[in-house]
Design a protein around this ligand. Sequence first.
Ligand code: B12
Ligand SMILES: *[C@@H]1O[C@H](CO)[C@@H](O)[C@H](O)[C@H]1NC(C)=O
Ligand SMILES: *[C@@H]1O[C@H](CO)[C@@H](O)[C@H](O)[C@H]1NC(C)=O
Length: 135
Amino acid sequence: MKIPILLSAALLLLLLPGVPAAFSSQTPIQILVTNSVTPSPDRTYSTYVVYRGILIGGMRRLQDSNTYFKFTYTEDQNYGPFLQSVNGLAGCPERRTYWQLLVQSSNDTTIRPNVGIGCYIPNANDTIILKYSTY
Ligand code: B12
Ligand SMILES: *[C@@H]1O[C@H](CO)[C@@H](O)[C@H](O)[C@H]1NC(C)=O
Ligand SMILES: *[C@@H]1O[C@H](CO)[C@@H](O)[C@H](O)[C@H]1NC(C)=O
């Protein structure tokens, strides 16, 4: 008795505009690794987060599947994961370098998120820019 009701409810949900996004499990993103301190070639990677998933999840997925992408982070007790190194290059307080997090949306606007990799929730087709920078 209950199964047909559930099935028709699921079908109805699929027909409603906007709702299918909640079922699609992959939000594709690009990750661009760039260096504004020492000239070096940019690298771009593709990965994804799950629906409303956090950036670090997509970064871990990429690290697990691509030997040319590696990152490390430290755990801040207040703000969570702090991105420490990318592809072997680490931020250094003495040299005042760090990995800045920027996000270029598919509409070409670039923002500097006010949260880190453990809190940022990417939008589909975002280019996440990991930019080695000075402060
Ligand atoms: C200085 C500072 C930095 C410096 C820290 C290095 C240094 N030696 O100075 C630098 C420039 C590296 C930095 C970077 C970032 N920061 Co900052 N930073 C600050 C600031 C202005 C002061 C922190 C401080 O010195 N506190 C005093 C000391 C004694 O306390 P502390 O606990 O030891 O401080 C450490 C942590 O704050 C840590 N830290 C600093 N920023 C961040 C961000 C994240 C996500 C994490 C996990 C840790 C962390 O570094 C400090 C020194 O070790 C705060 C704002 C504020 N007024 O508090 C923002 C602040 C902490 N930063 C913030 C953000 C968002 C970032 C970035 C993600 C920005 C970006 N889009 O790139 C990046 C981190 C990227 C990464 N690699 O993961 C947010 C965090 C909010 C949140 N809930 O996540 C804050 C609150 C500012 C804001 N926008 O509201 N930051
Ligand atoms: C671009 O997209 C972002 C995130 O999707 C949005 O916040 C921003 O308002 C958009 N900007 C413009 C100019 O359309
Ligand atoms: C993201 O890009 C894909 C492939 O180009 C496209 O099919 C999809 O509509 C885009 N999604 C958004 C939200 O821009």
